[in-house]
Design a binder for this molecule. Structure first.
Ligand code: ZN
Ligand code: ZN
Length: 239
């Protein structure tokens, strides 16, 4: 398990959220561009690393777990209101929703973190690229999360708590995954990975759609951001 990678996930997410608390952007244009970049990166990680790992498994039924992961992320978004993936809302949140948002965000982060101990991977370059993908996706997401909570007039304590939760959920998942999947549940690691692949597929495609203009068109800068995301993930996968 890479403690450096986990600390990076924690610190970058915290810093990005902290920055969002201090500054108010006129619009979210550059945030949408970095979301497009991170969405493309996550999709590439899912296709280049996670799916091949999963399909090396001899049981074909494993594909259903990937579909299951897709479905799990759908349910998570119902709770989190999309705040785990940097969903930019025009309307305010209802005050009473803070607990359901926390549940959604917490479960999302833990699931993402579970395979990060890297114990069951057949190809180790997959793990590094997963770390990179998660860091890149959490930077703009944490920024949007704090901006949205601020706009909805949540108090500072609540915002700090949710930000700490979202930053710490992935490292927590990694520690949990190391405890569970290194020994007792190691034979189920591929199934876990299939679920995470499904989560990544849902997450990345949602981010990519939302990063586009309302009519699904990609203007030049966003188009470039998506191309760079795919190119970077592909290059790192070859290292
Ligand atoms: Zn969304
Ligand atoms: Zn995430």
């Amino acid at each position: 398990m890479s403690w450096l990678g986990l600390s990076c996930i924690f610190i970058t997410s915290l810093l990005s959220g902290g920055l969002a608390y201090r500054i108010r952007l006129k619009d979210m244009y550059w945030i949408r561009i970095s979301l497009g970049f991170s969405g493309a990166y996550l999709l590439s990680v899912a296709i280049l690393h996670l799916l091949p790992e999963v399909f090396e498994h001899e049981q074909k039924s494993i594909s259903f777990f990937a579909l299951g992961g897709f479905f799990i992320q759908l349910v998570i978004e119902y709770f989190s209101k999309g705040l785990e993936h940097g969903h930019i809302h025009d309307h305010n949140h209802h005050k009473g929703k803070i607990y359901t948002i926390m549940i959604g965000i917490g479960i999302h982060g833990i699931i993402e973190g579970l395979p990060l101990s890297g114990a069951g991977f057949k190809h180790h370059e997959a793990v590094q690229n997963m770390y990179a993908g998660i860091i890149l996706h959490h930077i703009p997401s944490a920024f949007v999360l704090v901006t949205m909570l601020k706009n909805a007039h949540f108090n500072i304590k609540q915002i700090v708590f949710v930000l700490l939760l979202t930053s710490f959920a992935v490292p927590l998942g990694a520690i949990l995954g190391k405890t569970l999947f290194q020994q007792s549940l190691s034979m189920y690691f591929d199934y876990l990975l299939a679920i995470v692949a499904g989560v990544f597929l849902h997450l990345s495609t949602t981010i990519l759609f939302e990063a586009a203009e309302p009519d699904h068109k990609y203007r030049f800068r966003k188009f470039m951001a998506v191309c760079i995301g795919i190119a970077m993930a592909s290059l790192i996968s070859l290292l």
